[in-house]
Design a protein around this ligand. Structure first.
Ligand code: SAM
Length: 275
């Protein structure tokens, strides 16, 4: 009989945030695949569990999954754990899950701590519908492209970010998505847990040098598609704004009227400009 693959959530700070079921599964499995074996060993020592550990992290995920599947096919039960929180959420796990499914191996979630959901539920922003973005790319161009992509997203947005990149990322979000309401969740479940809420500008003003771990929750776009388009057109030069409507086949009079409406200025002002 083949074994089962368990995805076990572990604490994101407070060691009490581990479920009874997670403890029982960690006691019962034959092997634990851990993102950082030294880190997981500390947790296992705390729980008084002694188990064989194998390292399983993003860079060795592709070949370590073979070893894990081999063990499962030998009938061994395997638990995947990451350094903190839920495996496969901005952490290794996805590859081995896909591979296990291909091999008809049961994949079993052992739910528990997750930074994104913990931050969202205390954000004060809309929790009904949300989009998890996770870490933005480090590459400037790719980062900008993703932010442009989600600019019109109406659902609440969830980002993970490293402390040394937090200020820049908040500035980038403000530049592309506008000065929205946000909630920064810092050091969740730890001694210095803190929620900083407000618009991006005011949060940035009071932030100082970010220390610790952060989740950024950003309110979704309040603009409809046309309103968002007008916001974009207003960022352009008057010539480009004109060109946009010209390409839609509008005549000069109509264009001037529309530009004045978009920019909330007198028609005559736009008319004079294009004289
Ligand atoms: N798998 C994890 C989970 O379920 O939340 C996420 C792992 S990801 C590599 C690490 C990121 O999650 C951090 O950079 C931070 O953005 C967020 N995070 C993890 N623990 C946190 C905590 N205690 N407080 C705030 N953010 C945390």
């Amino acid at each position: 009989m083949v074994g089962k693959l368990y995805l076990v959530a572990t604490p994101i700070g407070n060691l009490e945030d581990i479920t009874l079921r997670a403890i029982n599964v960690l006691k019962k499995v034959d092997l634990i695949a851990a993102e950082d074996t030294r880190h997981t060993l500390q947790l296992l020592n705390h729980l008084e569990i002694s188990k064989p550990l194998v390292s399983y992290y993003k860079q060795n995920e592709k070949y370590k999954k073979e070893l894990i599947i081999e063990k499962l096919e030998e009938g061994k039960n395997v638990a995947i754990v990451s350094d903190a929180g839920t495996p496969a959420i901005s952490d290794p796990g996805e590859e081995v899950v896909r591979y296990a499914i291909e091999k008809n191996i049961d994949v079993i979630p052992i739910p528990g701590a997750n930074a994104a959901i913990s931050a969202l539920i205390c954000s004060g922003l809309n929790t009904n519908q949300f989009t998890f973005i996770g870490f933005l790319p480090t590459n400037k161009k790719e980062k900008k492209e993703i932010l442009e992509d989600i600019k019109q997203e109406k659902r609440t947005l969830i980002f993970y970010e490293a402390p040394h990149k937090l200020t820049k990322t908040l500035e980038d979000i403000k530049e592309i998505l506008g000065n929205r309401e946000i909630a920064l969740a810092r050091e969740l479940t730890k001694l210095h847990e803190e929620f900083i809420r407000g618009d991006i500008q005011s949060v940035l003003k009071n932030l100082g040098e970010p220390r610790g771990e952060f989740v950024i929750i950003v309110e979704g776009s309040k603009l409809g598609e046309r309103e968002a388009q007008i916001e974009d057109l207003k960022q352009l030069s008057l010539e480009k704004h004109y060109e946009f409507y010209q390409n839609l086949g509008m005549n000069k009079k109509e264009i001037i009227k529309q530009i004045a409406k978009d920019r909330k200025v007198e028609k005559n002002e736009i008319y004079q400009y294009f004289m």
